[in-house]
Design a protein around this ligand. Structure first.
Ligand SMILES: C[S@@+](CC[C@H](N)C(=O)[O-])C[C@H]1O[C@@H](n2cnc3c(N)ncnc32)[C@H](O)[C@@H]1O
Length: 222
């Protein structure tokens, strides 16, 4: 058992997602619950927010089993380049199978910790993360790495979940326990605020009664 708390959390990520990676259909099925039946709409909306063009280069951090790849492939076309990055080799294996089934050859998959983001490519037109940053132990470092690999004018879009407010908040303790245990989710991270701090700008769209948000920041400069 690692002593360092971040290493312990990474170990949890590895264990939790080796299960989901073996059962990608089950993972897809739980999407309906997590997104309250609006998974396709919200995932598509998050990709639209990046404003990608055909031929663009995009990075998906914590891409998991590739649930956003259809929208990214549609946006950048066969002439574009997509890099899917994830800590869980099992989730990447599921992604690889999805790519093979769909003949998506312009996609590259890399395993690693998003807080280090060891990749050769840089100057991405866009970076996406859906339900990913909230599971990354050193999430602030990961956001900084996303900033570093963007070209000036490129956008980071993070779509993630929040706990209920209002009368539904009575479900929060249960949701917190279930999703932290089975998805390594930590809703206490203020991702939009940190993005604003790193990029110097940011906008947030709230969806699903405030239980989802899409935060967008643009890297300034020419
Ligand atoms: C809830 S899943 C989301 C997967 C995918 N983005 C989606 O939209 O379905 C969270 C993902 O974050 C990945 N993850 C957690 N910590 C990570 C880290 N430090 N570096 C890279 N990926 C990480 C997990 O392996 C898992 O695939």
């Amino acid at each position: 058992m690692p002593h360092n708390p971040n290493e312990r959390k990474l170990e949890q990520v590895k264990n939790v997602y080796s299960f989901w990676g073996k059962f990608p259909s089950l993972y897809s099925a739980q999407d309906a619950v997590t997104f309250l039946g609006r998974a396709k709409t919200i995932r598509r909306r998050a990709v639209e927010k990046i404003g990608l063009k055909r031929g663009d280069k995009v990075l998906e951090v914590a891409c998991g089993s590739g649930r956003n790849f259809p929208y990214l492939v549609e946006a950048v076309g066969k002439e574009g380049f997509i890099l899917g990055f994830d800590y869980s080799q099992a989730m990447l294996d599921a992604s690889k199978q999805l790519c093979e089934r769909n003949d998506w050859y312009s996609l590259k998959l890399v395993q690693g910790d998003a807080a280090q983001l060891k990749i050769h490519e840089k100057n991405f037109d866009g970076v996406l993360s859906v339900l990913g940053i909230s599971a990354v132990p050193e999430w602030e470092k990961a956001l900084q790495r996303c900033y570093n690999v963007l070209r000036p004018g490129g956008k980071l879009v993070v779509c993630d979940a929040r706990l209920f407010t209002g009368f539904l908040r009575f479900f929060n303790p249960l949701i917190n326990v279930v999703y932290s245990k089975f998805a390594a989710w930590d809703p206490s991270k203020n991702i939009p605020e940190k993005m604003k701090e790193i990029f110097g700008n940011g906008e947030v769209e709230n969806l699903n009664f405030g239980t989802f948000f899409i935060a967008t920041s643009i890297k300034k400069g020419k």
